[in-house]
Design a protein around this ligand. Structure first.
Ligand code: HEM
Ligand SMILES: *[C@@H]1O[C@H](CO)[C@@H](O)[C@H](O)[C@H]1NC(C)=O
Length: 322
C-alpha cells in the first residue's frame, strides 16, 4: 500500500491499525458505541413490543439466529428472500415452514435505520434480537460480539447440510457442532434453547411413537395432539419444554433426566452417553447452565463468513444492496 510508507506519525499509524483490524473483522460489543449509541435500546424496545404481541417470538428469533450462524457464519444470509434467479436459504428443508420472525427483524431494521442509516448490519440486529428474546423470557444476558457484516450471498446447500442430519446419534450431533468449532459442552448448553418455544408434530412424531428412550406417560400425552399417520396433524404444535414453555430456565434438563425430551435430538443428550453428567449438572445448577449458555452463544455469534465473498451493510435485510 502506497499510503503505509508515508504513514509516520503515531496517529496515522493508529488509524492504519484501526482500519486494518476492522478489515480483519474484529468483533466487539462496543462496535457501534460511537456510530449508533441508541442501537441496543432500539432493539430492546422493538423486541419488547414484539413479545407483548406474541411471547413465542423470543424463541423464534433465537432459532432464526442459530440457523443464520450455522450457514456461512452469522452474516444475515438467512434473511435474504428468493428473487428472480437468486435462491436463498429460506426454502432449505430445516428452514422452510419452521423458521419465523423475519418481520420482526424488518421492524427493528426500520427503527434502527431511522436513527443511524446505513450503519448497522442485519447480522448484528439478528444477534441482538436473539439475545433480547432470551433475556425478556427470563434468561441470561450477554455482551454480543458486534461488527459482523451482511453477506451478499446465501447458501441453500450448506443450510440443508449443516442444519440437519440424516442419521441421528449423539456422535453425529457432536460432529455437526465441531464443524463450527463448538465443543460437546457448547452443544449441550446450546440445546438448552429448547427450554422455550414449540415444535410441530411432524418433527417429533417418530420420537413419541417409535422412541424407546421416552417416558411412556409423556409419549401418551403428546400423541393426543399428534396423530400417528402423516400428514394428519403435521403442523400441530407442542412445547419443547413440557414444564415452562415460555420461560428461559433449566427445566429442559429436568425433562431430559425424566426422559421427557420432545425431539429425538433432545433425548440424545441424556441416553447413557458422554453428556449425561453435564445434563445432570445443568439440572442441578441453573447458574452454571446460564453462564455456559451465554458463553456458547458468544462463541456461536463469533462465527464469521469465510473470507472472500463480498460483504456489506444491507439497507433492506431481505435483499442485497444493488
Ligand atoms: C442439533 C441441534 C438442533 C436440532 C436437531 C434442533 C431441532 C429443532 C426442531 C425440529 C425444532 C422445531 C421446529 C418446528 O417444528 O417448527 C426446533 C425449535 C427450536 N430450536 Fe432447535 N434444534 C437444534 C439446536 C438448536 C439451537 C443450537 C438453538 C439455539 C441456540 C435452537 C433453538 C430453538 C428454538 C428456540 C426453537 C423453538 C422455535 C419457535 O418456537 O419458534 N435449537 N429445533
Ligand atoms: C416408526 O418407524 C417405522 C420404521 O422405521 C416407520 O415406518 C414408521 O413410519 C414410524 N412411525 C411413526 C409414527 O413415525
Amino acid at each position: 500500500m502506497a499510503s503505509s510508507s508515508s504513514c509516520r506519525t503515531w496517529h496515522c499509524l493508529l488509524a492504519l491499525f484501526l482500519l486494518s483490524s476492522a478489515a480483519y473483522g474484529q468483533l466487539s460489543p462496543s462496535f457501534y458505541a460511537k456510530s449508533c449509541p441508541k442501537l441496543e435500546l432500539i432493539v430492546r424496545s422493538t423486541m419488547t413490543k414484539a413479545l407483548l404481541a406474541e411471547r413465542r417470538m423470543g424463541a423464534s428469533l433465537l432459532r432464526l439466529y442459530f440457523h443464520d450462524c450455522f450457514v456461512q457464519g452469522c452474516d444475515g444470509s438467512i434473511l435474504l428472500d428468493d428473487v428472480g434467479s437468486f435462491v436463498g436459504e429460506k426454502t432449505a428443508l430445516p428452514n422452510g415452514n419452521t423458521v419465523r420472525g423475519y418481520e420482526v427483524i424488518d421492524e427493528i431494521k426500520k427503527n434502527v435505520e431511522l436513527v443511524c442509516p446505513g450503519v448497522v448490519s442485519c447480522a448484528d440486529i439478528t444477534a441482538l434480537a436473539a439475545r433480547d428474546g432470551v433475556f425478556l423470557l427470563g434468561g441470561p444476558s450477554w455482551a454480543v460480539p458486534l461488527g459482523q457484516r451482511d453477506s451478499a450471498t446465501a447458501n441453500l446447500n450448506e443450510a440443508n447440510s449443516d442444519l440437519s442430519v440424516t442419521s441421528l446419534s449423539l456422535d453425529v450431533l457432536i460432529a455437526l457442532f465441531a464443524k463450527k468449532n463448538l465443543s460437546p459442552r457448547d452443544l449441550t448448553a446450546l440445546l438448552g434453547a429448547h427450554t422455550i418455544g414449540f415444535s410441530q408434530c411432524a418433527n417429533f412424531r417418530d420420537h413419541i411413537y417409535n422412541g424407546t428412550d421416552i417416558d411412556p406417560a409423556f409419549a401418551t400425552l403428546r400423541k393426543r395432539s399428534c396423530p400417528a399417520q402423516a400428514p394428519d396433524g403435521d403442523g400441530n404444535l407442542a412445547p419443547l419444554d413440557v414444564q415452562t414453555q415460555l420461560i428461559f430456565d433449566n427445566a429442559y434438563y429436568h425433562n431430559l433426566v425424566a426422559k421427557r425430551g420432545l425431539l429425538s435430538a433432545d433425548q440424545l443428550l441424556f441416553n447413557g452417553g458422554s453428556q449425561d453428567a453435564l445434563v445432570r449438572q445443568y439440572a442441578a445448577n441453573p447458574e452454571l447452565f446460564e453462564s455456559d449458555f451465554a458463553t456458547a452463544m458468544i462463541k456461536m455469534g463469533s462465527l464469521s463468513p469465510p473470507s472472500g465473498p463480498p460483504t456489506e451493510i444491507r439497507r433492506n435485510c431481505r435483499v442485497v444492496n444493488s
